[in-house]
Design a protein around this ligand. Sequence first.
Ligand code: ATP
Length: 306
Amino acid sequence: MRSDPPVTAVTVRVPAKVNVQLTVGGRRPDGFHDLANVFLAVGLYDHVTAAPAEGLRLTAEGRDVARVPLDGTNLAARAAVALAKRYGIEPDVHLHIDKAVPVAGGMAGGSADAAGALVACDALWGTGASREELLDLCAELGSDVPFSLVGGAALGLGRGERLTPLEVGGGFHWVFAVAEGGLSTPEVYRECDRLRRAGGGGDLAADLPAPAADPELVAALAAGDPSRLAAVLTNDLQAAAVGLRPELAATLAAGLDGGALAALVSGSGPTCAFLAPSAAAADSLAATLPGRAYAAPAPAPGATIL
Ligand code: ATP
């Protein structure tokens, strides 16, 4: 049942993510890939504010804002429309996105905004969706969206959307180096398939083992041990991302030279992620890497109403 909506604006904070394990299975007949995707939410946040309006209006500010679409293709707008449709109401809302998560950087910024918009609109409209309903809508919007809602750490199976929460026994300190210009996620998967075929190994689901979580990685997260985690970080999309953007190899090497315990491409890239031994080491690495780099702690909570 719908209660009286509050008239004031609702602001929701949503985290970016890094994939500490991204194992990509073979291409399925429907063109998608099964994944074993271990997500870790990091303390680099977008803020999504929902305010009363007539019709759907979208504005944005912050980093990379020129690359954020302000039409119906924006994932936050799609989230508002999906929630309104589910409850048979009009999507009357002014959504404002304050962006800090790099756009098209493999850090799930658009997914974070979708989860933030769902939670903000639910509170503004008083739709009172249950956690399960919200997770259901998230999965319809995109495979990374459910994790943006829950945060922390989780294993995502299927296309990454079937989540199991994972224990994190301590804090991890990350640095993210933002590459100018994005990478298209579908293009990176196509390149991954191409590299597999070129290597003679086959790229179909039948050619490759079903992806599964690495038990040592799950144990390293549970122990909160950065050195142990550094030894097992893996991203099956990394070779494809570096193949498409060869300059990323130099960025990864610069992070290791600067004291990172490990370096990897974040998701489908082109953002590079570095695991640092301490908060102080992360701050100094962020200051010394060329280009834009940000230090961020993990784990971070999921979508949170402020
Ligand atoms: P993922 O890590 O989930 O693959 P990503 O971080 O690489 O995603 P996003 O920042 O989510 O990429 O953006 C990918 C594309 O989605 C952008 O180029 C942009 O055109 C579009 N987009 C739609 N909604 C948003 C949004 N709210 N913020 C940023 N980009 C958006």
